[in-house]
Design a protein around this ligand. Structure first.
Ligand SMILES: [Zn+2]
Length: 248
């Protein structure tokens, strides 16, 4: 995978100042696989699960996870929020293999943001389009509504995912607050982490060991992807202490 930051100094500067400690996608996944192998998670005994935005530019993340962890249960929703809910997650984990008396899965959940070669936050040039567009478009749409002063909080079953994204984000803001796209993405990351830890609390620790990984997926120039790591929680009776946070 390309990691062309040296060719794009303004991108590199934006990445280092706004999201310091970010890793090229392959390095992030490789480092995660090595650290999780120390705790018994390997491709052959572990199911991959991925919650990223539906945006096609986030698909490289799913491909990378599949390369490391094999067949991967899809949990994608607009914005990367865990809108598959309790039933979706419990369905996914029920597919985890049973090896040596334990079932294991690694669950990645990340919102995403683009940074252009010029260091512009949120801007991405998509294949076949000459104009820059935004990522994440779902979060940007909520911020646009906030800026307009008109928010419709009603639940629209013809636009269910975006309604949920709107409600999730608004629930994390103070009245009158108008975050920029990066701040909204950080907030989304925090909400996704809290939602994931709560939803995964319904998984039986006597049966399952799991890793729950959060962060921010960053799309740089020339299709280079990066990850700003946020958390890695291990849980289950096969984990010493039943629960630990590890650093990548
Ligand atoms: Zn998106």
């Amino acid at each position: 995978m390309p990691t062309p930051s040296n060719d794009f100094p303004l991108f590199r500067q934006a990445l280092d100042t706004r999201l310091p400690g970010s890793l090229p996608l392959d390095d992030y996944l490789q480092r995660g696989a090595v650290r999780l192998a120390d705790h018994g998670f390997e491709d052959a005994n572990t199911l991959g699960m991925v919650a990223v935005c539906r945006d096609e530019i986030a698909s490289a993340f799913v491909t990378g996870v599949t390369r490391h962890w094999g067949k991967t249960f899809g949990c994608r929703s607009l914005g990367g929020f865990l809108l598959l809910g309790r039933s979706g997650i419990l369905t996914g984990v029920s597919h985890a293999p049973l090896v040596g008396g334990r079932r294991r899965f690694v669950f990645f959940a990340l919102p995403h943001i683009a940074i252009s070669g010029e260091g512009e936050i949120g801007a991405v040039y998509r294949e076949g389009l000459h104009e820059a567009s935004h990522a994440c478009g779902s979060l940007a749409a909520v911020l646009k509504e906030l800026a307009s002063g008109r928010i419709d909080p009603r639940t629209d079953f013809d636009d269910l995912e975006q309604c949920c994204v709107r409600q999730k984000l608004l629930s994390g803001l103070r009245y009158g607050e108008q975050p920029d796209l990066l701040a909204a993405t950080r907030l989304a990351c925090q909400i996704i982490r809290e939602d994931g830890e709560r939803l995964l609390g319904g998984v039986d620790p006597k049966v399952y060991d799991y890793a729950f990984m959060t962060g921010i997926l960053i799309h740089g120039p020339d299709d280079g992807d990066w990850v700003y790591p946020q958390s890695c929680l291990l849980a289950g009776d096969g984990i010493p202490g039943g629960r630990q946070s590890i650093e990548l």
